[in-house]
Design a protein around this ligand. Structure first.
Ligand SMILES: Cc1cc2nc3c(=O)[nH]c(=O)nc-3n(C[C@H](O)[C@H](O)[C@H](O)COP(=O)(O)OP(=O)(O)OC[C@H]3O[C@@H](n4cnc5c(N)ncnc54)[C@H](O)[C@@H]3O)c2cc1C
Length: 475
């Protein structure tokens, strides 16, 4: 149905709050697979969510090939020949991601005649929103659901100032300022070891700042994922599936959670900045092996807890203090990016709250939820197919995520239509679990068989480990 407007009253099937990757991926499936209408509201002036606030040198950390919306490819599907991502699928830059989402809106959604877009508008709740430019207030009559595509609340440094104090005379900037330096500094202190902190270190090294002039404050060392294991497409099928098979085998071999992480590290299934340090964080950050080698050139890594304040001549952390000076640029990368939020049912009471249903795959998850919304009638059934896999925080969340992911995959594999839908969806970065007759090599068949043999017992083992973790946190 076409959306209708009368004076300031609007009407639509789906009111989508948030036009980031998740809101757009949801809208795209509704428009492509039904006759329903959508109305998108966002505070930002352009589609793309947090990418509007990103630092100039930001890139996707997973391949463009499986990011964005289902109906429109992103990038050229090419493999990088040069640089620190060489040999792996291209990673769109921030401007490319924004141009892509602009095309999604202006060439796919709006031309359908069933989509309306209200940028620069703040959603007030209760199906009302107000324009941040004109002040006009709108009430929306929603025929089907309100979609909350804001819940994952991505934090980036430009919008989330540091939580520590900075004294007058100390120079501390958000990572966005690195791209506009007007003079070199004696030294650079990068604060944060998430995706953004890693990007800031790599950017400094790429711009030929000697590693001795970089100091990296790492309050919690992260476990990192090898990007090679997250490559889509047939050409990486063996590596991708081989890594999944190996992870399942390792779960079966481990005799405790601690042992599990030892084995994952030993076989390169999880990476870390320093082999001698046991990470205490897991946030789905992804690096190539070459990027990791580069990061390891920085020897001045400070592991003394979180920054409490930056003074003119010292940085006070909750585990000690280190000297600094007026010629040093402190680069804040402490925003949380993806934080775990309490899990809500995806479908409830005329509303849907978009959350990941596949590990570290928000775009696929939102498209999948939209398909489930259209293809099934009952909220209970829909929620059964959309078990939420919250963003992780600690290493044990790797285990919880793998378990929930495996159970979701299993549930989906029992439904022929869902299997078909996933197989044709360009956002699906798993693929390859089903034999492709006549195309597959003996080596590929063998890796699939290893995966199938290991996955069943591994689910039981992961359930046991998770139960042990739950019991130890309860006491
Ligand atoms: C640097 C970086 C790199 C990343 N790389 C990848 C990658 O390679 N692959 C991947 O899958 N994921 C990646 N991610 C994860 C990323 O968070 C998701 O891909 C995705 O962009 C998140 O989209 P979202 O729609 O959930 O949230 P957001 O982009 O945060 O969008 C939410 C939107 O809701 C709007 N909003 C909030 N409240 C209101 C309100 N009251 N009224 C109106 N509007 C409101 C906000 O303005 C915002 O535009 C990356 C994240 C970061 C930070």
């Amino acid at each position: 149905m076409r959306p209708t407007t009368s004076n300031e009253a609007l009407e639509t099937d789906y009111l989508i709050v948030g036009s980031g990757a998740m809101g757009l991926a949801f809208a795209d499936v509704i428009i492509a697979e039904s006759d329903d209408s959508v109305l998108l509201v966002d505070r930002h002036g352009a589609p793309g969510g947090h990418w509007n606030d990103a630092y100039p040198f930001v890139r996707l950390h997973q391949p463009s090939r499986s990011y964005g919306v289902a109906s429109l490819p992103l990038g050229e599907d090419s493999i990088n020949a040069l640089g620190w991502n060489a040999g792996l699928y291209e990673l769109a830059s921030g401007p490319e991601v924004l141009a892509y989402f602009d095309r999604v809106m202006s060439r796919t959604l709006l031309p359908s005649g069933r989509a309306e877009y209200y940028p620069m508008c703040n959603y007030l709740g209760d199906r009302r929103f107000v324009s941040l430019s004109s002040g006009a207030e709108h009430r929306v009559k929603v025929r089907k659901r309100v979609i909350d595509a804001t819940y994952t609340a991505t934090e980036v440094p430009a919008t989330h100032p540091p939580r520590y104090a900075v004294a007058e005379g100390a120079k501390c900037v958000p990572v966005n300022a690195l791209g506009c330096l007007t003079k070199p500094y004696d030294g650079y202190v990068v604060i944060g070891a998430g995706k953004t902190g890693i990007d800031a270190c790599l950017w400094l090294l790429e711009n030929r700042v000697p590693p001795e002039r970089i100091r990296w404050i790492v309050s919690r060392d992260p476990w990192l994922i090898d990007r090679e294991h997250f490559q889509p497409g047939d050409d990486f099928m063996q590596v991708r599936l081989g890594s999944w098979a190996r992870q399942m085998e390792i779960v079966n071999e481990a005799d405790s959670v601690g042992h599990l992480f030892e084995l994952l590290a030993k076989d390169g299934m999880l990476l870390r900045i320093d082999e001698s340090v046991t990470p205490t964080k897991f946030r789905c950050a992804i690096v190539s092996r070459t990027e990791l080698e580069q990061l390891r050139r920085i020897e001045n890594v400070v592991r003394q807890g979180r920054v409490e304040r930056i003074e003119r001549d010292r940085i006070v952390l909750n585990g000690g203090e280190i000297p600094t000076g007026p010629g040093v640029l402190h680069v804040d990368c402490s925003a949380e990016a993806l934080r775990p939020s309490p899990v809500l049912p995806v479908f409830a009471d005329g509303q849907s709250t978009l959350q990941p249903v596949r590990m570290c795959q928000p775009a696929f998850s939102a498209a999948f939820i939209a398909h489930v919304e259209l293809a099934y009638d009952d909220d209970e059934l829909k929620n059964g197919l959309c078990t939420v896999i919250p963003y992780p925080d600690g290493p044990e969340d790797w285990l919880r995520m793998m378990l929930a992911n495996s159970l979701n995959q299993f549930r989906w594999s029992q439904d022929r239509d869902l299997r078909r839908w996933i197989k044709q969806c360009r956002l699906d970065n798993v693929g390859g679990l089903k034999r492709v007759e006549g195309v597959e090599s003996a080596a590929e068949t063998s890796v699939r068989e290893r995966f199938i043999a290991a996955a069943g017992p591994a689910v039981g083992k992961m359930q046991q480990f998770v139960a042990e973790l739950d019991a130890s946190t309860a006491t």
